[in-house]
Every structure is written in C-alpha cells, then in structure tokens.
Design a protein around this ligand. Structure first.
Ligand code: SF4
Length: 463
C-alpha cells in the first residue's frame, strides 16, 4: 500500500478535521460492535467456542510446518498447484509469472488483505496487468485510488454522497444520485461484464484444511465464487497461518467469524475449493512474509491466530475516532498494531502507542488473542530497541525517576500544583496536544497524601 512519512497522530489529526465524519464513523462501527454483541448473546456456549478456536489455533502454531506439508500434499493430490513465497516480492513475482505465462493481461480479484499487504495491485499494474477488485467496498476504494481502511468494511470511511460522486465520475451515473440501492445495482452491472471477460481470478483464503487440501473463502457478495468459477485460472493467496487441521474445525471458525465481524450467524457464502474443474487450473500461493519471524517471538506469536474478523477494530475507541488510514498499514486497528512492528519496527514504532490499553479488543477477539497485552509488550520492545521518539523517551525517563522516589514525587507534585495555579499557560498551550480538547482541572490545595495525613492518619483503622 501507499505509505507516508506521517505518524499515526498526524494522520489521525487529518481525519479529525472532519468532525461529523469522525462522529458517524465512530457511531457506525459501534453499531456493528453492538450487532456482534447481540449475535453472540443468542448462542449458548460462546465462550466455549472462543476457547475451542483459540486451542485449535494454538495447536496449529505449535505444529505449523507439519500441517503445511500435509496441506500441500493433499492439495497437490487434488490437482492443485502449490507455490511457496518467502515474502511479498516473491508472492507478486509468482502471480505475475502465472499470468504472463498464460497470456493474461486482466484479472478480477476478490477481497484479500494479503494482496494489500504485498502491494499486489500496484505491482501488477506496473507490469501491464489490469486488476479489478470485485468486492463492492474494495471496488469503491479502488475507484477512489485509496486502500481499504478496514479489513471487513473496506470503505467504511466514505459517505454515500462521496460514493455517488465517484460513480458519477467513473461509471457515468447521474450527478447527485447517492441512493445505495441504485449505486449497488450499477456496480453489479458493471462488474458482471468484467467477470465474463476475465481469464484469471485471484481470491484470498480464509481457512485451508490440512486434512483435505481444500480451502474456504468467505464473502457476503459471492464475488469470489463468480470470479473463480468463470475464469480458467484461479489463484488463491494465503498466509501460512490460515491452516486449520481438520474440516470439522470449520464448525468452530465459521460460527465465530461472521458473528464477530458483522453480527451475522454465518457469512452468506462460505465456498469450498478443492479440485479444479476440467479444463481449468487452480494455484495456491502460500506466503510467509514475516510470519515465521512473528512465530519465533514468544510474546507475539499469538497474533498469528487472527482470523481477520475486524471485531477488535469495531470496538477500539482509538480506531473508531482516528480512521483506518491513520495506521498507514494494510491492516489497521489493534491487530494491525501488533502485526506491523514485526514487519518494520522502525516504521511502525508509533502504532503500539495508538491505544488506550482498555482491553476491549482482547475481550471481543473470537480466538482469544491477548491483543492489549501485546501492545503493551511491543512498547517495551520498541523503547529498548531505540525506536521510540526522542521526546517520548526523555519524558518517560524523567517520569521513571520521579515515580521511583517518594521525595521526588512529593516535590514534583508541589511544583506542578504551583505551576498550574500561577502559570497555567506553561501547561495548557498550543504545544501540548493533551489540552487541545481539554480544560485544566481545578488545582487542589494539597496532595492526597497531605490530606490523608491531616484527616485520616490518626483515626482508628476501622473508620
Ligand atoms: S485480532 Fe481477533 S478480533 Fe481482531 S481481527 Fe483478529 S480475530 Fe478478529
């Protein structure tokens, strides 16, 4: 994806300039979170399902190479070609080679966050291959020359009027028509023609079953099925962590995925791909791109259990009010903030700090990833590795010295109270972002310690 030098705070500031947009972005995602809560309450044993999902994924991570080899052997026995890519570059080269060797210059693609991670669209475009994203949300952000801002709801940051304008410019719809039904129908007709004329289709993979060599793709629009079934060549890109051991485990993951993502009981289409149809070919590109490295980081390996439901984003107060693009990474939100530093710690050093550590992400995660603990641990790793901003490091160093000495703490408290009374501008000024939207509290006469000593210290213990 396109990157910028700006950090999360600067990009969030840009998003925050449009206050009404921030409000409905926040409210819409909270509404999705509430739909998730209602769906979860309707099935007994939700916590048991979460535990089962977590344990299955723990087993996968502990035996990953064995399951991958089993999957490869079974997929090959099904007539599927299996390719291995160590990183994004190799993934893109494999896809391009497959397309060029078959004389393909145009492809359809359904939603795949892995291809976003690999910058596949840009790479293929540079090499003369035209890519059309067929998921409606992705189609819209592609028209806008943007990247998805959410892994499940790619254009959640866009107002319907903006989408109407995009369709007017690119698809010739009447100016000012922002009716969602009309716009969806227009996209559908436009994409139908595209589906019929493309020789190759690329999809992501939600789950790859080691036991059978099949893979499952979940969509609500059926666009992955339409692409894969009409094209002669189906290329499926999957991260190494998408493996599950047995087909019966789908019963756990399909139930938690849709409920966590959108509050649906199940995704509209959960399509199983096993053997290519006669005359067609299927290729699976299995990608590492830093995942083995994350697997080797004891504190962070659990992040590979993620099934990309997006629930941690919908619940995150920071994500909801800063927007997905502020993370400057293919995967935004809390999960993106623990995956991104693994790929480039220096570039993404700001992300683990873009959290209140409230733990809401951990509470909703259907596979029990300890997200907020990992965010906290990443902060320590980043500071120790020297990637924290100089000002933050100096401030934290000073804070450590003050908080570790009772005398310094008392003196600092007195000085702070005095300064806030006599020279409040020293604290509340344009250079202090904390007070941009806050007012100084009323300064107390004494510290709590002083008050306690005066009022409580000599009283009997049971008061
Ligand atoms: S970390 Fe958990 S909640 Fe967040 S997207 Fe992944 S599975 Fe969903």
């Amino acid at each position: 994806m396109k990157t910028t030098d700006k950090d999360h705070a600067a990009l969030a500031n840009e998003f925050n300039k449009d206050a009404p947009r921030v409000d409905w972005h926040d409210e819409t995602l909270w509404w999705v979170r509430q739909k998730r809560d209602n769906a979860v309450k309707k099935i007994p044993g939700w916590e048991e399902l979460r535990e089962a999902g977590s344990q299955i994924k723990n087993n996968v991570l502990a035996n990953l190479s064995g399951y991958l080899k089993q999957f490869e052997a079974n997929a090959q026995a099904n007539g599927v070609h299996v390719h291995w890519a160590i990183d994004a570059k190799e993934h893109n080269e494999i896809v391009l080679e497959l397309l060029q060797s078959n004389g393909v210059k145009k492809i359809v693609k359904s939603k795949s966050m892995l291809t976003e991670e690999c910058n596949l669209n840009e790479y293929l475009n540079l090499n003369g291959v035209d890519v059309i994203d067929t998921d409606l949300g992705e189609f819209i952000v592609q028209l806008a020359n943007e990247h998805p801002s959410h892994i499940v709801l790619p254009c959640i940051h866009k107002k319907k009027e903006e989408i109407g304008e995009l369709f007017h410019q690119h698809l010739g719809t009447p100016a000012g028509n922002a009716d969602p039904v009309f716009l969806t129908e227009t996209a559908r007709r436009h994409l139908r023609e595209t589906f019929l004329t493309r020789k190759a289709a690329l999809t992501g993979v939600n789950f790859a079953v080691a036991e059978t060599g099949e893979f499952v793709v979940c969509t609500n629009e059926g666009n992955a099925d339409m692409g894969a079934h009409l094209a002669d060549i189906h290329i499926a890109s999957m991260g190494i962590e998408k493996i599950i051991p047995k087909r019966k485990h789908l019963g756990v993951f399909l139930r938690v995925l849709a409920r966590s993502a959108t509050g649906q009981p199940v995704t509209t289409y959960s399509s199983h791909f096993k053997t290519p149809r006669p005359g067609a070919s299927t290729h699976i590109v299995i990608v590492d791109n830093g995942r083995s490295k994350q697997l080797g980081r004891e504190d962070f390996r659990n992040s590979l259990k993620c099934i990309r439901c997006g629930a941690c984003m919908n619940t995150c107060p920071v994500y909801r009010r800063s927007g997905g693009h502020s993370y400057n990474n293919a995967i935004a939100g809390p999960i993106g903030s623990i995956l991104a530093p693994n790929l480039d710690m220096k570039k993404h050093a700001d992300l683990p700090f873009a959290s209140t550590l409230c733990g809401s992400c951990t509470n909703v995660c259907p596979v029990k990833i300890d997200i907020h603990d990992q965010l906290y641990k990443w902060r320590q790793v980043i500071v120790k590795s020297g990637h924290a901003p100089v000002a933050k490091k100096a401030a934290m160093g000073a804070m450590t010295r003050v908080l570790s000495s009772p005398v310094s703490y008392k003196v600092a408290g007195k000085l702070g109270r005095l300064m806030m009374k006599r020279a409040p501008f020293a604290v509340n000024n344009q250079f202090n972002p904390w007070y941009k939207q806050r007012e100084l509290p009323v300064v107390p006469e004494n510290s709590f310690g002083e008050w306690y000593k005066k009022n409580r210290n000599n009283k009997p213990k049971d008061i």
